[in-house]
Design a binder for this molecule. Structure first.
Ligand code: ADE
Length: 238
């Protein structure tokens, strides 16, 4: 996979050299390049924004530098515009993006990027407008980092232990069950007996029930509307 990031804050993407994406690069699974949008400006002040047509607060990112940037790095790519008005980023979308050969992140700042850039991008590549969640951060860089990390760990050959991908939160549509490690007793708190039993079927059933309880309590929106998961009415979800 190749990932290009276009941003006015290239330093913000420094973590891509570290930890997980860094490891993927070392393994030859990933190539990354970060580009400063201002290199595609033509004026002395390297202007990237201007006031919004129609009025209103804040500034809008100008189309010309973005157009030139995307023409230079994004032809044929999946172009991800990170924006709070995008579709929510999910594990399902992470899986989908992990199958794409070339991702380009266009990181917006201020009130966003001139909409004609998105239209233009759709003529040279495949556009996704993606949000990290229902809150606003100062720019798309944090979203590009989060999406990259979620995608890269799914690249075939990246995870040493593919099992952990199967069992983690969201893999089966539920939140993950609680986990414990040694010691079995800590400050008067005991690990649930079932986990020490060696009975794999009972352990699997306990974990499933815990995952369902947790999901019902914290994320009921993830459960089927019927509440049909193992008779939710029977679960004490408080
Ligand atoms: N830029 C600002 N807020 C954002 C969000 N929630 N998701 C993606 N990009 C953003």
């Amino acid at each position: 996979m190749r990932i290009d990031v276009v941003t006015i804050f290239p330093d913000y993407l420094a973590p891509l050299d570290l930890s997980l994406p860094g490891k993927a690069r070392d393994k030859g699974l990933l190539q990354v390049a970060v580009h400063d949008l201002r290199q595609w400006t033509t004026d002395r002040h390297h202007t990237v924004d201007d006031t919004p047509y129609g009025g209103g607060a804040g500034m809008v990112m100008k189309p010309e530098p973005w157009g030139r940037a995307l023409d230079a790095v994004a032809t044929g790519a999946t172009i991800v515009f990170t924006t709070p008005s995008g579709e929510p980023f999910t594990q399902a979308l992470a899986h989908e993006l992990s199958g794409h050969e070339h991702l380009v992140f266009a990181c917006g700042r201020y009130e966003g990027i001139d909409q004609r850039v998105v239209e233009h991008a759709a003529t040279i590549g495949t556009v996704r407008e993606v949000s990290l969640g229902d809150y606003v951060v100062n720019g798309g860089e944090v979203a590009a980092l989060a999406i990259t990390e979620a995608v890269v760990r799914l690249l075939p050959g990246f995870m040493g232990n593919a099992e952990s991908l199967v069992e983690e939160s969201h893999a089966d549509g539920l939140l993950e069950y609680p986990v414990y490690t040694k010691p079995a007793s800590w400050e008067g708190r005991e690990v649930p007996d079932v986990l020490l039993s060696g009975d794999h079927a009972r352990i699997a059933a306990w974990r499933r029930e815990q995952a369902e309880r947790r999901t019902a309590a914290r994320r009921p929106d993830l459960l089927p509307a019927t509440g049909a998961v193992r008779g939710l009415a029977d679960l004490d979800v408080r």
